[in-house]
Ligand binder design. Structure first.
Ligand code: ADP
Ligand code: MG
Length: 637
């Protein structure tokens, strides 16, 4: 304890005596012989205790007490009073003197007064300490409280953010929820010591509960340090950062993240915290790639499809079109469909787009459009509704197929049909006449020149044969008919064919090898149609042999067998055979290598008939060696 004391008395004797006893008590005694001196010593030395005479010339004890208490209220002032000074003593107590001792001063009494002074000093000090402590405590407590409140606010913000994210996910609906979940947003808040204060649910789930750990903890590579991590850079620069970072998951798996940060400032504008939001872009990139390729594929499909594709709105405005459309009708976007296709000023009356907008169903129509080059194009138009996420139709896709060629062919065929049927009528008459003529030649000229007559007969017969074949083909083709199935035995059909073909081979240098013995069973077929198809193929075989002058003898084979529920007809010849080009084209309509003699209808029709029986016709041919046709007809339908 500091034991400095100022002793003020105008009587030198008293000063001396008291100085001695006080020094004995261990005090460092300062002395003054009047009020003025006392004040200046007090101001210089600032002793905690002042012992002063109450009655002094000049500034007396009471005024000194007042002055000291004014300047330093905590100074303990003990008054020295005489016997008759009770009133002054009381006054001094009222002015907050610590105590008073009466002359002659008794050491014990002085000691008690001093003790009291010390107790008061001690108490005051303790009080001050307590108060200071309390202030500190209050400051600490309130700081902690603010901190807690901030954390609660952050937590609430996190929760709100998570809730909002969940809300968005819910709004996206079931199927897109998958994409949302695969595109996770990791949210965290960091303080200026670069510690994580809070994380969202997803962060906790995937990266662990990182609250309290360092802001750069999840990063690998360059950013795995206080100054280089996104939050660190935000605190250094004071502004939001955006970067790609390598993040390591707790299982050691590393992934590329897109990281965004935003500074959070407190009310004084001081950068207080940083919000970090990141997305796993490896996942996003994979999805993006997937989306890109799908989109590319769609675009390709859209562009390369062999139709005119347009997307139209309710005003028939063309919002998108494919390459083929742009090539033939121009690339003017937002033009009206009917204007572009037909040069009209209002929609067509049978417009399928209107219907699809009305009922959402696909519709079809046939139209004739005029292309940029003025060409008339027949279109078969089909539509499909395009719906938005809430299922409303907002656009219609129109696919228009160019059927000009088909239409031309159809026209061609139907006029051909007309032509042929009238022609066949005439030829039929001719046939009767020719047959009669032959009869007349045979009977009338029987006895004159048999060789010439025979020659005439052969040629006439040959002509009739040719005409007959052509007519049969033509008749068949002139009318597109449905097949009429009946259950017949395989052998009966074979018999029919042999009946027709064998007479034709008479007198020809061809060896006929018929191998049909084991074809037992029956099937449901159009007898007439199938018979003429097989006969056609056999006739071609015979003709191929006749055409071939390189071999001395020729063979035509006809085999029939049952194989795996199929009846297999095999027609082979060692005639001229076929080159690759002929093999490619022999089933096409009107293809013939026989010039005037051929019609190019035989195999075309034969293939049609066989296909209508769900059967197949295949060839194996070598130029100069020969040809084999195989016809497979299923036995059960
Ligand atoms: P056409 O007999 O009237 O020419 P087809 O349709 O019957 O018409 O036959 C088409 C073409 O196929 C023939 O012109 C011929 O070139 C070729 N061809 C068909 N069968 C044979 C065969 N067995 N050997 C060689 N060529 C054949
Ligand atoms: Mg033929």
């Amino acid at each position: 304890m500091e034991k400095k004391l100022l002793l003020v008395d105008d009587e030198e004797g008293i000063r001396k005596v008291l100085d001695i006893s006080l020094s004995d008590m261990g005090y460092e005694v300062l002395t003054a012989e009047n009020g003025e001196e006392a004040l200046s010593v007090f101001r210089a030395e600032n002793p905690p205790i002042v012992l002063t005479d109450i009655k002094m010339p000049g500034i007396d004890g009471i005024s000194l007490l007042q002055k000291i208490k004014n300047e330093s209220p905590e100074t303990e002032v003990i008054m020295i009073t005489g016997h008759g000074d009770m009133e002054l003593a009381i006054k001094s107590l009222k002015l907050e003197a610590t105590d008073f001792v009466t002359k002659p001063i008794h050491n014990d009494i002085l000691e008690i007064a001093l003790k009291r002074a010390h107790e008061r000093i001690l108490m005051r000090r303790q009080l001050r300490a307590y108060t200071e402590n309390l202030e500190l405590m209050v400051r600490e407590k309130s700081e902690r409280l603010v901190e807690l409140e901030r954390l609660t606010a952050i937590d609430q913000a996190m929760e709100g953010l998570s809730f909002a994210m969940r809300g968005i996910a819910d709004d996206l609906g079931e199927d897109r929820l998958r994409y949302f979940n695969e595109m996770p947003c990791f949210v965290s808040v960091h303080d200026s010591r670069l510690k994580i204060l809070a994380v969202n649910h997803l962060y906790r789930q995937r990266l662990g509960n990182a609250v309290g750990s360092s802001s750069w903890k999840i990063y690998r590579g360059q950013s795995a340090s206080a100054e280089r991590c996104p939050v660190g850079r935000t605190f250094i620069t004071g502004s939001g950062q955006q970067s790609r970072e390598i993040v390591e998951f707790p299982d050691g798996f590393q992934s590329m993240f897109m990281v965004h940060t935003a500074p959070i400032r407190n009310s004084d504008g001081r950068l207080d915290m940083v919000l970090e939001i990141s997305t796993d872009i490896s996942e996003v990139k994979r999805l993006q790639d997937e989306l890109d390729t799908t989109q590319q594929r769609y675009q390709q499909l859209f562009d390369e499809s062999p139709c005119y594709v347009t997307v139209q709105d309710r005003d028939f405005r063309i919002l998108a079109s494919n390459k083929r459309f742009r090539e033939d009708f121009g690339d003017e976007l937002y033009a009206r469909c009917y204007q572009i296709y037909k040069n009209r000023y209002e929609p067509c009356c049978n417009c399928p787009v209107i219907k699809t907008f009305e009922d959402g169903l696909p519709h079809q129509a046939e139209m004739v459009a005029t292309s940029n080059s003025g060409e008339q194009i027949h279109l078969l138009v089909g539509t499909a509704a395009l719906r938005n996420t809430s299922g409303e139709i907002f656009q219609v896709m129109e696919l228009a197929t160019n059927i000009t060629q088909i239409r031309k062919l159809q026209d061609h065929l139907s006029s051909l049909g007309l032509l042929l049927s009238s022609m066949s009528h005439t030829v039929k008459g001719m046939l009767t006449a020719l047959d009669g003529g032959i009869y007349m030649i045979q009977s009338g000229l029987e006895k004159s020149d048999p060789a010439r007559i025979q020659e005439g007969i052969t040629s006439a017969h040959h002509t009739t044969e040719q005409i007959r074949n052509a007519v049969l083909d033509i008749l068949y083709y002139a009318k597109e008919r449905e097949i009429k199935r009946e259950v017949i035995s395989v052998m009966s059909l074979v018999y029919d064919v042999v009946q027709i073909i064998e007479p034709k081979l008479k007198n020809l240098p061809i060896v006929w090898a018929c191998n049909v013995g084991c074809a037992v069973g029956s099937f449901e077929v159009d007898r007439t149609a199938l018979r003429s198809a097989i006969v056609n193929v056999l006739e071609n075989a015979v003709e191929a042999c006749l055409e071939d002058s390189k071999k001395s003898a020729h063979h035509v084979g006809f085999g029939v067998k049952i194989d795996n529920d199929h009846v297999v007809f095999e027609i082979s010849d060692d005639g001229v055979g076929m080159d690759a080009e002929t093999q490619d084209r022999l089933f096409t309509l009107f293809f013939s290598s026989k010039g005037q003699k051929g019609t190019g209808l035989g195999l075309f029709i034969a293939q049609k008939v066989i296909q209508k029986h769900q059967g197949t016709i295949t060839i194996n041919s070598q130029p100069g060696v020969g040809t084999t046709f195989s016809i497979h007809i299923p036995m059960t339908q």
